[in-house]
Ligand binder design. Sequence first.
Ligand code: AMP
Length: 379
Amino acid sequence: MKVLVLGAGQLARMMALASKPLNIDVRAYDVGSGLVVDPLSTSTTFGDLADGIAYADAITAEFEHINHDVLDVCEASGKLYPSSQAIKVGGDRRLEKALLEQSGVANANHKIVNNKTDFDDAISTLTLPLILKSALAGYDGKGQWRMTDIAQAEDIWSDIQSFIEGDVSGQQAIIAEQMVPFDREVSMVGVRSKNGETFAYPLTENHHSKGVLSVSLAVNEHQGLQAQASEAFDQIANALDYVGVLAIEFFQVGSSLLVNEIAPRVHNSGHWTQQGADTCQFENHVRAVCQKPLGSTTLVRPTAMINVLGVDTVPENILSIPSVSMHWYGKTQRPGRKMGHINVSGQDKTELLHRLALLADILPTKDFPDVADYINNLS
Ligand code: AMP
Protein backbone atom coordinates (compact mmCIF):
# COMPACT_ATOMS: atom_id res chain seq x y z
CA MET A 1 0.00 0.00 0.00
CA LYS A 2 0.99 3.64 -0.38
CA VAL A 3 0.53 6.48 2.08
CA LEU A 4 0.92 10.23 1.56
CA VAL A 5 1.73 12.22 4.72
CA LEU A 6 0.95 15.95 4.75
CA GLY A 7 4.15 17.37 6.23
CA ALA A 8 7.71 16.19 5.63
CA GLY A 9 9.29 16.38 9.09
CA GLN A 10 10.50 13.81 11.58
CA LEU A 11 7.03 12.35 12.18
CA ALA A 12 6.60 11.50 8.48
CA ARG A 13 10.14 10.11 8.53
CA MET A 14 9.41 7.83 11.49
CA MET A 15 6.13 6.70 9.89
CA ALA A 16 8.11 5.78 6.77
CA LEU A 17 10.70 3.86 8.81
CA ALA A 18 7.99 1.94 10.68
CA SER A 19 6.05 1.19 7.47
CA LYS A 20 8.81 -0.40 5.40
CA PRO A 21 8.62 -3.85 7.08
CA LEU A 22 4.87 -3.89 6.34
CA ASN A 23 5.61 -3.23 2.68
CA ILE A 24 3.86 0.13 2.94
CA ASP A 25 5.51 2.96 1.04
CA VAL A 26 5.30 6.44 2.57
CA ARG A 27 5.75 9.69 0.69
CA ALA A 28 5.52 13.15 2.26
CA TYR A 29 4.02 16.41 1.03
CA ASP A 30 6.37 19.27 1.89
CA VAL A 31 4.03 22.19 2.59
CA GLY A 32 6.89 24.66 2.11
CA SER A 33 7.88 23.66 -1.42
CA GLY A 34 4.52 22.19 -2.49
CA LEU A 35 6.38 19.04 -3.61
CA VAL A 36 5.96 15.40 -2.68
CA VAL A 37 9.25 14.05 -1.32
CA ASP A 38 10.82 10.91 0.10
CA PRO A 39 10.55 11.44 3.90
CA LEU A 40 14.03 9.92 4.41
CA SER A 41 15.79 11.83 1.68
CA THR A 42 13.75 14.97 1.25
CA SER A 43 15.75 16.04 -1.84
CA THR A 44 14.17 13.17 -3.81
CA THR A 45 10.92 14.52 -5.27
CA PHE A 46 7.90 12.85 -6.85
CA GLY A 47 5.79 15.69 -8.25
CA ASP A 48 3.14 17.93 -6.75
CA LEU A 49 0.17 17.45 -4.43
CA ALA A 50 -2.10 16.15 -7.21
CA ASP A 51 0.55 13.53 -8.08
CA GLY A 52 0.83 12.57 -4.40
CA ILE A 53 -2.94 12.20 -4.02
CA ALA A 54 -3.16 10.06 -7.16
CA TYR A 55 -0.29 7.85 -5.92
CA ALA A 56 -1.65 7.23 -2.43
CA ASP A 57 -4.14 4.67 -1.14
CA ALA A 58 -4.40 6.66 2.09
CA ILE A 59 -3.51 10.25 3.06
CA THR A 60 -2.73 11.43 6.58
CA ALA A 61 -1.03 14.36 8.34
CA GLU A 62 1.93 14.82 10.64
CA PHE A 63 0.86 18.25 11.89
CA GLU A 64 -2.35 20.19 12.34
CA HIS A 65 -1.48 23.62 10.92
CA ILE A 66 -2.12 22.69 7.31
CA ASN A 67 -3.69 25.03 4.80
CA HIS A 68 -7.42 24.26 4.65
CA ASP A 69 -7.40 24.23 0.83
CA VAL A 70 -4.90 21.36 0.96
CA LEU A 71 -7.02 19.49 3.51
CA ASP A 72 -10.15 20.01 1.40
CA VAL A 73 -8.63 18.65 -1.80
CA CYS A 74 -7.27 15.63 0.11
CA GLU A 75 -10.64 15.02 1.75
CA ALA A 76 -12.37 15.20 -1.64
CA SER A 77 -10.25 12.23 -2.75
CA GLY A 78 -11.93 10.10 -0.05
CA LYS A 79 -8.51 8.95 1.20
CA LEU A 80 -7.85 11.35 4.12
CA TYR A 81 -7.58 9.86 7.64
CA PRO A 82 -8.25 11.32 10.16
CA SER A 83 -10.86 13.66 8.66
CA SER A 84 -10.10 17.30 7.87
CA GLN A 85 -12.46 18.24 10.72
CA ALA A 86 -10.30 16.31 13.23
CA ILE A 87 -7.12 17.93 11.87
CA LYS A 88 -8.69 21.40 12.01
CA VAL A 89 -9.79 20.87 15.63
CA GLY A 90 -6.17 20.20 16.55
CA GLY A 91 -5.11 23.45 14.87
CA ASP A 92 -7.64 25.78 16.48
CA ARG A 93 -7.98 26.00 20.26
CA ARG A 94 -11.54 27.41 19.88
CA LEU A 95 -12.70 24.24 18.09
CA GLU A 96 -10.70 22.11 20.53
CA LYS A 97 -12.35 23.69 23.58
CA ALA A 98 -15.81 23.37 21.97
CA LEU A 99 -15.15 19.67 21.34
CA LEU A 100 -14.04 19.10 24.95
CA GLU A 101 -17.13 20.89 26.26
CA GLN A 102 -19.47 18.96 23.92
CA SER A 103 -17.88 15.63 24.84
CA GLY A 104 -18.08 16.42 28.56
CA VAL A 105 -14.31 16.10 29.05
CA ALA A 106 -12.85 18.08 31.97
CA ASN A 107 -10.55 20.97 30.99
CA ALA A 108 -9.38 24.30 32.43
CA ASN A 109 -11.90 27.17 32.86
CA HIS A 110 -11.52 29.46 29.90
CA LYS A 111 -12.94 32.30 27.79
CA ILE A 112 -12.42 33.18 24.14
CA VAL A 113 -10.96 36.64 23.60
CA ASN A 114 -11.57 38.44 20.30
CA ASN A 115 -11.42 42.04 21.57
CA LYS A 116 -10.82 44.24 24.61
CA THR A 117 -14.35 43.68 25.96
CA ASP A 118 -13.78 39.88 25.93
CA PHE A 119 -10.37 40.42 27.53
CA ASP A 120 -11.84 42.48 30.39
CA ASP A 121 -14.64 39.94 30.78
CA ALA A 122 -12.13 37.07 30.99
CA ILE A 123 -10.13 38.86 33.68
CA SER A 124 -13.21 39.53 35.77
CA THR A 125 -14.80 36.06 35.42
CA LEU A 126 -11.74 33.82 35.63
CA THR A 127 -9.48 33.61 38.65
CA LEU A 128 -5.89 34.82 38.26
CA PRO A 129 -3.28 33.60 37.43
CA LEU A 130 -4.21 33.23 33.78
CA ILE A 131 -2.45 31.84 30.75
CA LEU A 132 -3.44 33.42 27.44
CA LYS A 133 -2.85 31.36 24.32
CA SER A 134 -3.23 32.08 20.63
CA ALA A 135 -6.15 30.16 19.09
CA LEU A 136 -4.30 29.38 15.86
CA ALA A 137 -0.76 28.22 15.21
CA GLY A 138 0.23 28.22 18.85
CA TYR A 139 2.42 25.33 19.91
CA ASP A 140 5.38 24.53 22.12
CA GLY A 141 4.65 27.55 24.30
CA LYS A 142 4.67 30.10 21.44
CA GLY A 143 2.03 32.86 21.32
CA GLN A 144 1.45 32.69 25.07
CA TRP A 145 1.24 35.22 27.87
CA ARG A 146 0.97 34.69 31.61
CA MET A 147 -0.87 37.09 33.88
CA THR A 148 -0.29 36.73 37.59
CA ASP A 149 -1.29 40.28 38.58
CA ILE A 150 -4.03 42.58 37.36
CA ALA A 151 -1.37 45.31 37.04
CA GLN A 152 -0.02 43.46 33.96
CA ALA A 153 -3.36 43.73 32.15
CA GLU A 154 -2.61 46.85 30.12
CA ASP A 155 0.81 45.67 28.86
CA ILE A 156 -0.46 42.18 28.05
CA TRP A 157 -3.49 43.53 26.21
CA SER A 158 -1.33 45.84 24.12
CA ASP A 159 0.87 42.86 23.16
CA ILE A 160 -2.12 40.67 22.38
CA GLN A 161 -3.77 43.41 20.33
CA SER A 162 -0.70 43.73 18.08
CA PHE A 163 -0.52 39.93 17.89
CA ILE A 164 -4.15 39.63 16.73
CA GLU A 165 -3.92 42.62 14.37
CA GLY A 166 -0.64 41.37 12.92
CA ASP A 167 -2.19 38.07 11.89
CA VAL A 168 -2.64 38.05 8.12
CA SER A 169 -5.47 35.49 8.16
CA GLY A 170 -7.69 37.82 10.21
CA GLN A 171 -8.86 34.65 12.03
CA GLN A 172 -6.65 34.87 15.10
CA ALA A 173 -8.07 35.04 18.64
CA ILE A 174 -6.86 34.26 22.15
CA ILE A 175 -8.03 31.71 24.70
CA ALA A 176 -7.75 33.02 28.26
CA GLU A 177 -7.36 30.01 30.53
CA GLN A 178 -7.18 29.72 34.26
CA MET A 179 -3.77 28.39 35.38
CA VAL A 180 -4.13 24.85 36.66
CA PRO A 181 -2.04 24.12 39.80
CA PHE A 182 -1.04 20.75 38.39
CA ASP A 183 1.05 18.09 40.15
CA ARG A 184 2.42 16.84 36.85
CA GLU A 185 1.78 16.75 33.14
CA VAL A 186 0.88 13.43 31.53
CA SER A 187 -0.28 12.41 28.09
CA MET A 188 -2.02 9.51 26.46
CA VAL A 189 -1.43 8.35 22.93
CA GLY A 190 -4.03 6.00 21.53
CA VAL A 191 -5.23 4.67 18.23
CA ARG A 192 -8.71 4.22 16.74
CA SER A 193 -9.60 2.14 13.71
CA LYS A 194 -12.17 3.00 11.05
CA ASN A 195 -14.62 0.56 12.61
CA GLY A 196 -14.30 2.26 16.00
CA GLU A 197 -11.92 -0.09 17.84
CA THR A 198 -9.63 1.81 20.24
CA PHE A 199 -6.35 0.90 21.96
CA ALA A 200 -4.54 3.24 24.34
CA TYR A 201 -0.87 3.22 25.28
CA PRO A 202 0.06 3.59 28.96
CA LEU A 203 0.01 7.16 30.27
CA THR A 204 3.29 8.98 29.90
CA GLU A 205 4.70 11.49 32.39
CA ASN A 206 6.07 14.55 30.57
CA HIS A 207 8.65 17.05 31.70
CA HIS A 208 8.73 20.34 29.77
CA SER A 209 11.43 22.94 29.66
CA LYS A 210 10.45 26.45 28.51
CA GLY A 211 7.18 25.05 27.10
CA VAL A 212 8.94 22.36 25.03
CA LEU A 213 8.84 18.63 25.84
CA SER A 214 12.15 17.53 27.30
CA VAL A 215 11.65 14.05 28.83
CA SER A 216 8.82 11.48 28.68
CA LEU A 217 8.58 8.53 31.02
CA ALA A 218 6.35 5.48 30.47
CA VAL A 219 6.27 3.01 33.33
CA ASN A 220 2.65 1.80 33.42
CA GLU A 221 1.69 2.86 36.94
CA HIS A 222 -1.45 4.67 38.13
CA GLN A 223 -4.19 2.37 36.87
CA GLY A 224 -6.90 4.78 38.13
CA LEU A 225 -5.51 7.62 36.02
CA GLN A 226 -5.03 5.27 33.08
CA ALA A 227 -8.75 4.41 33.17
CA GLN A 228 -9.71 8.12 33.34
CA ALA A 229 -7.43 8.98 30.44
CA SER A 230 -8.70 6.05 28.35
CA GLU A 231 -12.27 7.20 28.91
CA ALA A 232 -11.40 10.74 27.76
CA PHE A 233 -9.58 9.25 24.77
CA ASP A 234 -12.64 7.23 23.75
CA GLN A 235 -14.98 10.21 24.22
CA ILE A 236 -12.81 12.51 22.07
CA ALA A 237 -11.86 9.93 19.42
CA ASN A 238 -15.46 8.73 19.06
CA ALA A 239 -16.82 12.30 18.87
CA LEU A 240 -14.44 12.94 15.96
CA ASP A 241 -15.06 9.51 14.38
CA TYR A 242 -11.28 9.51 14.45
CA VAL A 243 -9.03 7.19 12.45
CA GLY A 244 -5.36 6.91 13.41
CA VAL A 245 -3.21 7.88 16.38
CA LEU A 246 -4.43 10.75 18.55
CA ALA A 247 -2.57 12.26 21.51
CA ILE A 248 -4.14 13.94 24.53
CA GLU A 249 -2.13 16.05 26.97
CA PHE A 250 -3.44 16.28 30.52
CA PHE A 251 -2.75 18.11 33.76
CA GLN A 252 -2.89 15.83 36.77
CA VAL A 253 -4.34 17.56 39.84
CA GLY A 254 -4.46 15.12 42.74
CA SER A 255 -6.22 12.06 41.39
CA SER A 256 -8.00 13.89 38.55
CA LEU A 257 -7.05 14.68 34.99
CA LEU A 258 -7.90 17.84 33.04
CA VAL A 259 -7.27 17.91 29.30
CA ASN A 260 -4.79 20.58 28.22
CA GLU A 261 -4.78 19.94 24.49
CA ILE A 262 -5.16 17.31 21.84
CA ALA A 263 -2.96 16.53 18.83
CA PRO A 264 -4.59 14.70 15.91
CA ARG A 265 -1.42 12.81 15.00
CA VAL A 266 1.50 10.81 16.29
CA HIS A 267 3.11 12.75 19.13
CA ASN A 268 6.50 13.49 20.63
CA SER A 269 5.38 12.06 23.99
CA GLY A 270 4.73 8.73 22.21
CA HIS A 271 8.23 8.30 20.76
CA TRP A 272 9.10 5.94 23.64
CA THR A 273 6.75 3.37 22.02
CA GLN A 274 9.47 2.62 19.44
CA GLN A 275 11.38 0.66 22.10
CA GLY A 276 8.82 0.28 24.90
CA ALA A 277 5.59 -0.96 23.33
CA ASP A 278 4.46 -4.02 21.41
CA THR A 279 3.66 -1.85 18.37
CA CYS A 280 5.05 1.68 18.07
CA GLN A 281 2.73 4.66 17.53
CA PHE A 282 4.05 5.22 13.98
CA GLU A 283 3.23 1.70 12.85
CA ASN A 284 -0.16 1.80 14.55
CA HIS A 285 -1.05 5.09 12.88
CA VAL A 286 -0.15 3.72 9.45
CA ARG A 287 -2.01 0.47 10.18
CA ALA A 288 -5.14 2.47 11.13
CA VAL A 289 -5.12 4.77 8.09
CA CYS A 290 -4.47 1.77 5.79
CA GLN A 291 -7.35 -0.06 7.52
CA LYS A 292 -5.18 -2.93 8.68
CA PRO A 293 -5.68 -4.60 12.10
CA LEU A 294 -4.33 -2.43 14.94
CA GLY A 295 -1.30 -3.63 16.88
CA SER A 296 -1.11 -4.19 20.64
CA THR A 297 -0.30 -1.04 22.65
CA THR A 298 1.01 -3.01 25.65
CA LEU A 299 4.08 -1.62 27.38
CA VAL A 300 6.72 -4.33 27.09
CA ARG A 301 9.30 -2.60 29.31
CA PRO A 302 9.46 0.73 31.14
CA THR A 303 10.95 3.28 28.72
CA ALA A 304 11.92 6.94 28.71
CA MET A 305 12.57 9.41 25.92
CA ILE A 306 14.87 12.43 26.03
CA ASN A 307 14.52 15.08 23.31
CA VAL A 308 17.69 16.34 21.62
CA LEU A 309 17.04 20.06 21.07
CA GLY A 310 19.23 22.39 19.01
CA VAL A 311 22.35 20.19 18.82
CA ASP A 312 23.45 17.69 16.18
CA THR A 313 25.81 15.57 18.25
CA VAL A 314 25.65 13.82 21.60
CA PRO A 315 28.53 11.99 23.30
CA GLU A 316 28.87 8.62 21.55
CA ASN A 317 29.41 6.69 24.77
CA ILE A 318 25.69 6.95 25.59
CA LEU A 319 25.42 4.03 23.16
CA SER A 320 27.37 1.84 25.57
CA ILE A 321 24.52 2.09 28.12
CA PRO A 322 22.29 -0.98 27.67
CA SER A 323 19.00 -0.36 25.84
CA VAL A 324 19.90 3.16 24.73
CA SER A 325 18.57 3.82 21.26
CA MET A 326 19.39 6.95 19.26
CA HIS A 327 16.98 8.46 16.73
CA TRP A 328 18.30 11.34 14.62
CA TYR A 329 15.95 13.18 12.29
CA GLY A 330 18.54 14.21 9.68
CA LYS A 331 17.72 17.91 10.08
CA THR A 332 19.93 20.98 9.79
CA GLN A 333 20.84 22.34 13.20
CA ARG A 334 19.03 25.43 14.51
CA PRO A 335 18.81 26.69 18.09
CA GLY A 336 16.06 24.87 19.97
CA ARG A 337 15.07 22.72 16.97
CA LYS A 338 13.98 19.13 17.61
CA MET A 339 16.95 17.26 16.13
CA GLY A 340 16.45 13.76 17.48
CA HIS A 341 15.60 11.79 20.59
CA ILE A 342 17.12 9.15 22.81
CA ASN A 343 15.07 6.20 24.07
CA VAL A 344 16.19 4.11 27.01
CA SER A 345 14.48 1.11 28.60
CA GLY A 346 14.86 -1.18 31.62
CA GLN A 347 13.33 -4.52 32.57
CA ASP A 348 11.69 -2.68 35.47
CA LYS A 349 11.45 0.90 36.72
CA THR A 350 14.54 0.54 38.97
CA GLU A 351 16.68 -0.54 36.04
CA LEU A 352 15.27 2.25 33.85
CA LEU A 353 16.01 4.90 36.51
CA HIS A 354 19.55 3.54 36.88
CA ARG A 355 20.14 3.79 33.13
CA LEU A 356 18.61 7.27 33.04
CA ALA A 357 21.02 8.33 35.79
CA LEU A 358 23.95 6.99 33.70
CA LEU A 359 22.65 9.02 30.74
CA ALA A 360 22.24 12.15 32.87
CA ASP A 361 25.92 11.83 33.90
CA ILE A 362 27.07 11.77 30.28
CA LEU A 363 24.76 14.28 28.55
CA PRO A 364 26.31 17.78 28.67
CA THR A 365 24.34 20.17 30.91
CA LYS A 366 24.74 23.00 28.37
CA ASP A 367 22.82 20.95 25.77
CA PHE A 368 20.37 19.27 28.19
CA PRO A 369 19.95 22.07 30.77
CA ASP A 370 17.45 20.58 33.23
CA VAL A 371 17.41 16.92 32.23
CA ALA A 372 19.76 15.74 35.00
CA ASP A 373 17.77 17.59 37.68
CA TYR A 374 14.55 16.00 36.50
CA ILE A 375 16.06 12.52 36.28
CA ASN A 376 17.81 12.71 39.63
CA ASN A 377 14.52 13.65 41.32
CA LEU A 378 12.65 10.63 39.93
CA SER A 379 11.84 7.81 42.31
P1 AMP B 1 0.40 24.36 25.56
O1 AMP B 1 0.92 25.08 24.38
O2 AMP B 1 -1.07 24.55 25.77
O3 AMP B 1 0.77 22.91 25.58
O4 AMP B 1 1.14 24.99 26.82
C1 AMP B 1 2.53 24.85 27.02
C2 AMP B 1 2.83 24.59 28.48
O5 AMP B 1 2.32 25.67 29.29
C3 AMP B 1 2.13 23.34 29.04
O6 AMP B 1 2.90 22.19 28.79
C4 AMP B 1 2.07 23.68 30.52
O7 AMP B 1 3.30 23.45 31.17
C5 AMP B 1 1.81 25.18 30.52
N1 AMP B 1 0.35 25.43 30.58
C6 AMP B 1 -0.48 25.55 29.54
N2 AMP B 1 -1.75 25.77 29.94
C7 AMP B 1 -1.73 25.80 31.29
C8 AMP B 1 -2.71 25.96 32.30
N3 AMP B 1 -4.00 26.20 32.02
N4 AMP B 1 -2.31 25.90 33.59
C9 AMP B 1 -1.01 25.68 33.90
N5 AMP B 1 -0.03 25.53 32.99
C10 AMP B 1 -0.36 25.57 31.70
